[in-house]
Structures are given as structure tokens and as C-alpha cells.
Design a protein around this ligand. Structure first.
Ligand code: CS2
Length: 459
């Protein structure tokens, strides 16, 4: 028997659940990219805010392509559980914040109506790095944007809202990009310039794009996870997510038409997100990517195994403490050394089973803000980054794709660069000015020499 409104009463009594009247809540948020991360993070905070008395912030989730999340959630009336795991302890809660899931290609009219409804005031995004359709130089790739992304859908909605006098929207990016709000604003402006220039002034005046730092480790759920949960709670939940107890959300407080009281339920609303976002991207995500490529090469499957490996751990510590941390202008009270220690502890959580392969995907979209910006900042200060360069060499070997599939939107270009340039030239050609990965960082002579030595696969 499956989780649903009707079956809620059959849940085991130790499962916590929302206490508000779902029918009395209007939809206030449309969310693009309703995967596990959104369900364990923004929807979880919003649910807590409504539980605390906030009204009318229910969420309509949108899948841009696949119908699988809709199939998981709609038959359950949008309900799902979040289970926090640590040590032998698991705590489960039913979240009521999501009203329904729309699959964009299947329900264009319902989606247009949700985006232009007067009560919709915020649009949030977890579409992953590649969902922003950026060319390697960071500008909008218009052909990608026109091919099934959120940009045309938003442009249509913005036109309807302007023409109907409905008022603007806050577009809140919750993806792991540097200055994610500023990037989203710039990319949206580029889209409008090309496709709807008459909306540019209205967009600038009526909409806002705050930046936010999001943090919670949410491994992809497995059949085994779901089966164990069903046994424990007494109902099957096909949309269940499993995560760590830790959660952080730092949001720039710039909303054009109100927002939930997220600060009352643990989020930090601040004037400047940059110090938190930079620390998170360069330290947490930077360490994660290093663990992924080095860990896979060492035969590990999970983060907790890689971080316990004495060949890998010291390198990851150096990456965080000696390479990334010195490039970050910390906010008052932000202790980067303590942050590094807390990250090592979180990575070591054996109850999470966070697959290295999940982190290794889409490296071309991730490493600019995770590693290359640190390399650039350290390089400008005349310092080197041996730990990052060692990890970068492992990434280069990974995208060569010997015996495994490379899951990356630039996989073909990277394979082409490998066959044209080989071990002796690959790093030089990718990280030069104008090279495929030569955006934020151009390798110095000494970096290229380091990479050339590090590149051959270790015996
Ligand atoms: C991970 C992130 O998959 C990845 O690339 O580094 O999803 C990471 O788990 C989250 O950003 C943690 O907040």
C-alpha cells in the first residue's frame, strides 16, 4: 500500500508529519527541477515554515523532461518522506508542501497557468549546472536554451504577467553555481535580448534574482532504501528521499513579492551570500569532486570510503585548508578551519552511502567554480595548488573514458581533445586562453609542468 492522503493514518506513529491544512494553502512557488535535492531541502524548509503558521506557499513542482518524478509523486497526492540518517539512527517526516508535479512537455497549459497565476510569487530552480545552458565561456547558448529549457517558459509567463498587470516574480536559483542569482539574471537577460527584447525593462524593474547557498548531502535513493523504509513506516513511498541531519540555506534577502519566513525555520537571510557560497563551492564541493575522481581510481564506490583512504584524505584536507580557504574573504564569525573539520565529519557518515559516480558526473560544468576559481586566485597570489592539480589530473584521466561511459555534456568534445592531443598535450590545450576549460583560469607554465607529471595513471 502506498503513501497518500487517504492512507496517512496507516503510517507508523513514530513518523512525524505536517500539521497544517493543505487544502487551505494556495500555491505560491513554482519549482523547476523537482529532484531529490529540492525535496530534501527547499521543500523541507517551506513545509516547516507552513507548519509554523505561514500561509500560501505550497509548491508546484516542474520536471522539464522526464515524467518519472510525476509518476512517483502525483499518485501520492504530492506527499513524500524525508529520512535523516546518521549512525544507526533514522528519523522520518512526511512533507506536505508539494501540491503536484507537472511535466513541462506534457502539460504546457497547466504550467503556463501556474507561472502566470497572481498568487505565484517565487520561482525556484534546482536544474543542475548544465540546466542553465551556458556555453564554455559562461554566456547563454541560445540553441540549448530553446531546446527544452526553462527560459522560453519563463519568457512567456513574464509577458503574460506584464500584460495582465500581475506583477513580477522572484527567480531564486538553488544550484551550485558561483553568484547563482547574478548568473541567472544575466542569462535570463541574454535570453530576453534575443527572443523578447520588449520585456527587458519590465524584467529589470519588476523581478529579482537573489543568490543563495544551498547545502545538504542527498544521495540518489535506491530500491534498497525504499524497501527498508516501507518496512519501517508501514507504507510504500516511491518519492522518498534520504539525507543527512545537517542542512544549510543562506539566502540574499531580495524578494519582490514576499517570501516564506524561512529564517524562522533555520535558513539565514543575509545581505551578501558570497562568503558562504564561495566557501561551500570551493571547500565542500571542491573536496567532493576530488574525492570522486581520486576515489573511483582507487576502487572506492562511496564518499565515506574515499575520505577514509590514507592516500586521499591528506590531499583533500590540503585542498580545503591550504588551497581553497586562503582564497575566501570570510564573513564575521565564519571559521573556515572549523568548516573544513565539519565537512570531513559529514563526508565520513557511513549511513549515507553517497556514490562517487553521482558526484563525478558533469565535471566540465562543476570544476570551474569548484577548482579553477581557486587555482586562479592562488595563481594571482603567486601560490600553487598541488592538491587541486592532482585532482585535476584524475579528472582528465576520468574524461578520457577508458572502459567507462563519461556522463558529461562536453563528453564528445573532451574525447576529441584527448584523441587530438594525448597525454602530452591535453592539459595544455584545455586550460589555455580560449581553450574548452580556459574560462576562469589559464594554466601557468609551472601548472602545466605539474599536470604533465601527474597525468600518467599512477601504478
Ligand atoms: C555534490 C553535491 O553531486 C555533487 O556534485 O558535490 O550535490 C553536494 O552533495 C551538495 O552540493 C551538498 O550540498
Amino acid at each position: 500500500m502506498r503513501l497518500s492522503r487517504e492512507n496517512l493514518g496507516r503510517l507508523s506513529r513514530d513518523v512525524a508529519r505536517y500539521g497544517y491544512d493543505r487544502d487551505a494553502q494556495a500555491v505560491g512557488i513554482v519549482h523547476f527541477g523537482i529532484g531529490a535535492f529540492h525535496r530534501a531541502h527547499q521543500a523541507w524548509y517551506t513545509d516547516a515554515a507552513m507548519n509554523g503558521g505561514d500561509r500560501d506557499w505550497a509548491i508546484t513542482g516542474v520536471s522539464l523532461r522526464s515524467g518519472s518524478v510525476a509518476e512517483q509523486m502525483n499518485p501520492q497526492d504530492g506527499l513524500y518522506t524525508v529520512t535523516e540518517r546518521s549512525g544507526g539512527v533514522a528519523r522520518t517526516r512526511v512533507i506536505g508542501a508539494v501540491r503536484e508535479v507537472l511535466v513541462a512537455p506534457q502539460s504546457p497549459a497547466a504550467l503556463a497557468a501556474a507561472l502566470s497565476a497572481p498568487r505565484t510569487r517565487i520561482v525556484t530552480f534546482t536544474v543542475t549546472e548544465k540546466g542553465y545552458c551556458r556555453a564554455p565561456d559562461g554566456s547563454l547558448d541560445l540553441a540549448l536554451a530553446d531546446g527544452g529549457s526553462f527560459y522560453p517558459l519563463l519568457a512567456t509567463a513574464l509577458r503574460q504577467r506584464r500584460d495582465a498587470g500581475t506583477g513580477g516574480l522572484t527567480l531564486l536559483s538553488c544550484d551550485n553555481l558561483a553568484a547563482n542569482g547574478r548568473q541567472l539574471a544575466g542569462l535570463m537577460q541574454q535570453y530576453l535580448t534575443a527572443r523578447a527584447p520588449d520585456l527587458l525593462d519590465w524584467f529589470a524593474a519588476e523581478c529579482s534574482c537573489p543568490s543563495s547557498m544551498v547545502d545538504r548531502i542527498v544521495p540518489a535513493s535506491t530500491n534498497e532504501d525504499r524497501a527498508g523504509l516501507a518496512e519501517r513506516i508501514g507504507l510504500e513511498d516511491r518519492a522518498a528521499v534520504f539525507t543527512e541531519p545537517f542542512s544549510q540555506w543562506v539566502i540574499e534577502d531580495s524578494f519582490v513579492a514576499g517570501r516564506p519566513g524561512w529564517e524562522k525555520v533555520g535558513a539565514q537571510l543575509v545581505a551578501d551570500v558570497a562568503p558562504y557560497e564561495t566557501a561551500k563551492l570551493r571547500m565542500l564541493n571542491g573536496a567532493h569532486s576530488a574525492l570522486a575522481y581520486l576515489g573511483l581510481e582507487h576502487g572506492h564506490d562511496y564518499v565515506h570510503q574515499a575520505v577514509a583512504d590514507p592516500d586521499i584524505r591528506p590531499l583533500v584536507e590540503r585542498l580545503m585548508r591550504e588551497e581553497a580557504a586562503p582564497t575566501i574573504a570570510a564573513a564575521p564569525g565564519q571559521d573556515l578551519d572549523a568548516y573544513a573539520s565539519s565537512l570531513l565529519e559529514r563526508f565520513a557518515n557511513p549511513a549515507l552511502n553517497h556514490r562517487l559516480e553521482q558526484i563525478a558526473m558533469d565535471g566540465s560544468q562543476k570544476i570551474p567554480q569548484r577548482w579553477l576559481e581557486t587555482l586562479a586566485a592562488r595563481g594571482a597570489a603567486g601560490a600553487g595548488c598541488p592538491a587541486i592539480l592532482t585532482a585535476l589530473a584524475a579528472w582528465l584521466r576520468h574524461v578520457r573514458g577508458d572502459g567507462h561511459k563519461v556522463d558529461d555534456p562536453l563528453a564528445a568534445e573532451l574525447a576529441g581533445a584527448w584523441s587530438a592531443h594525448g597525454t602530452s598535450g591535453i592539459a595544455d590545450v584545455l586550460f589555455c586562453a580560449g581553450g574548452l576549460m580556459g574560462g576562469p583560469w589559464t594554466a601557468r607554465e609551472s601548472d602545466r609542468a605539474f599536470l604533465a607529471k601527474a597525468l600518467p595513471r599512477p601504478a
